[in-house]
Structures are given as C-alpha cells and as structure tokens.
Design a binder for this molecule. Structure first.
Ligand code: NDP
Length: 291
C-alpha cells in the first residue's frame, strides 16, 4: 500500500460517526425515505447500504419498493405523499428509474427542503446562488476529501473532468465556493491532458476506465477519482473488478495524494447523504445542527 492514498473509507466512517453523534444530541429522530423502483441489482445494493448506515447513525429509514412496471404517476404520487408526511425529513429516489419513467419529472416533484440528493432545480439554484441548501452528495464528498488532504483549498487550481448535473457541474461550483480556481473540462475540451497537468486538484468524473494517465498529473497533485467502472478481470472469481477513471498504478507514483476505487469517493457519498438528512431535519424545524 502506498502512503499517498486518501482513505475514503476512513474519512467516511468518521463523518458517519459525527452524524451519529449529532443525531444522539437531537430530541428528534431524522427520517430518510428511499424510493426504489424495479429490480436493478446495483440499485438494490446501494439502497441496502444506505438503509444500513442510516440505521447505524441512529436515524429512521423508510423504504418504498415499487415494481418495475409501476406507472410514472404512481411514483410521483409516492413522492408527493412523502413531501407532505411530517415524519419524513429526507426523500431519495434511487436512480436510474426504469426507462418508461421520466426521472427529471419525478425529481422535480421532490420538496427541495427534503431533497437530500440535492438534485432538484431549487437545490441546484441555491448552490449556484450561494444560498444555504442541500448539496449533491458525491461532489460534497470530493470537497471533503480534498480538504482532509490539503487543508485550505483557497487559490488551488481544480480541474473537474465531466459536466453532469449529478457530479461534474456541482463539483465545479463547490470547489469554487472553496475559492479554488476551477476549470470544468468535458468531452469537447482541447488538449485535455495538458489542462489536467495544470491541476493542483484533479477530479475526473467521466465513466471511462483508466483514462487519466500519469503524464496527465502534475507531480504532487491531489487526485480525487469519482469514476466507477466495471471491467473484465479473469483473475477474479466474479470475472470483473471496479476501477476508476484514473489509471491508478500509473498515477500513484506521480500524485501527491490519490483516492483508490473502490474505497475513495464512493463511501463518502453515503456519509454525505446521512449528513444531508440531519441537515434537512434540523432546517425544517429551525434547529441548529449539533457540532
Ligand atoms: P455522465 O455520463 O452523466 O457524465 C460524464 C461526463 O464525462 C460528461 O460531462 C462527458 O462530457 C464527460 N466525458 C465523456 N467522455 C469524455 C472524454 N473522453 N473526455 C472528457 N470528458 C468526457 O456521468 P456521471 O457524471 O453520472 O458519472 C461519472 C462517473 O462517476 C461514472 O463513472 C459514475 O459511475 C461515477 N459516479 C460515482 C459516484 C460515486 O459515488 N463515487 C456517484 C455518481 C457517479 P460531455 O458532457 O461533453 O458529454
């Protein structure tokens, strides 16, 4: 094991413990409602983990499992019922939804004050405007890992690769909020490797296995790899393994610090979801979040 690894599992465990402590100091039990549609195996694994960690942090977990052939109207009705349920603090609709359901329409129904994934138009607008609100979990996890590694991020050049609404765009805004100088790169960026070599903090969020090579990385840079890609690996019993967007073995000797995949950004996503649930529970009741 290299000593420049950023241990996302450990940072996430600490964040979950802090969330658990905050919950124990509240007189209420924050409640996270998860809506899971269909039989996607990966989604079932994610949801199982979310439920497990929600309960471990002392919060209540409600599950709404709907069949794959449920109508969009029924999913919307489920979300609307959760919006007005006074006992529900956070609503998470597990994506992807089956193809016949328009995810944008479903997400748009979520009460922004319960939008613990930070995906509604209102949450995105609050982020853009610098107003308090619930921030998307994965990009928040990236910022926390970068701050754990570098401390103050002010003035650092951060290059985010990928401009999705789920990861890349909010990541760019969150690093900007930390006073980074941000470059948001994407599939049309020219000389991408040269752009990346300028980064003090490099955040690939693309979904292309091993795309970022050692010569894309400035010596000593902090690399936060968001990508999760399953590739063939005959040496594994399952025949596959997970890798990031960074060619990890190539990059480790060059990077000052780097997240592994798995065990980097992934665990932070759930920890930030739990924190958002407590933030939502406190904000709805006008309470300060305990330290
Ligand atoms: P999207 O497919 O929505 O977005 C991918 C982005 O990458 C697009 O903006 C696209 O650019 C850009 N891109 C594609 N090809 C290239 C290229 N050759 N060079 C530069 N940019 C390129 O993916 P997501 O944002 O949803 O997810 C990205 C990755 O992060 C995936 O591997 C996903 O599994 C992972 N992920 C991990 C999470 C975690 O918890 N760790 C959570 C969420 C996602 P353009 O817009 O120009 O097409």
């Amino acid at each position: 094991m290299s000593d420049n690894l950023i241990d996302g599992k450990q940072v996430a465990a600490r964040l979950r413990a802090a969330v658990g402590l905050a919950v124990s100091q509240l007189l209420i039990t924050p409640t996270l409602a998860v809506v899971l549609v269909g039989d996607d195996p990966a989604s079932h694994v994610y949801v199982r983990n979310k439920i497990k960690f929600t309960k471990e942090a002392g919060m209540r977990s409600l599950e709404h499992r709907l069949p794959a052939d449920v109508s969009e109207a029924e999913v919307v009705a489920t979300v609307r019922a959760l919006n007005v349920d006074p006992d529900v603090d956070g609503i998470l609709v597990q994506l992807p939804l089956p193809a016949h359901i328009n995810s944008d329409r479903v997400i748009a129904e979520i009460n922004p004050d319960k939008d613990v994934d930070g995906l509604t138009e209102t949450s995105a607008g609050r982020l853009l405007l610098g107003q308090p609100g619930l921030r998307p979990c994965t990009p928040t996890g990236c910022v926390i890992l970068a701050k754990e590694t570098l401390g103050d991020l002010s003035g650092k050049h951060c290059v985010v690769i990928g401009r999705s609404i789920l990861v890349g765009k909010p990541a760019a805004l969150l690093f900007l909020e930390q006073n980074c100088t941000v470059t948001l790169a994407h599939s049309r960026t020219e000389n991408l490797s040269a752009v990346c070599r300028g980064a003090d903090i490099l955040v690939p969020a693309v979904g292309r296995p091993n795309m970022v090579k050692a010569d894309w990385i400035k010596a000593g840079a902090c690399v936060i790899d968001v990508g999760i890609n399953r590739i063939d690996d005959a040496s594994r019993k399952s025949g596959t393994r997970l890798v990031g967007d960074v060619d990890f073995a190539d990059a480790v000797p060059v990077a000052g610090a780097i997240t592994p995949v798995p065990g980097g950004v992934g665990p932070m996503t759930i920890a930030c979801l739990l924190r958002n649930t407590v933030l939502a529970a406190c904000a709805r009741r006008g309470l300060d979040m305990p330290d």
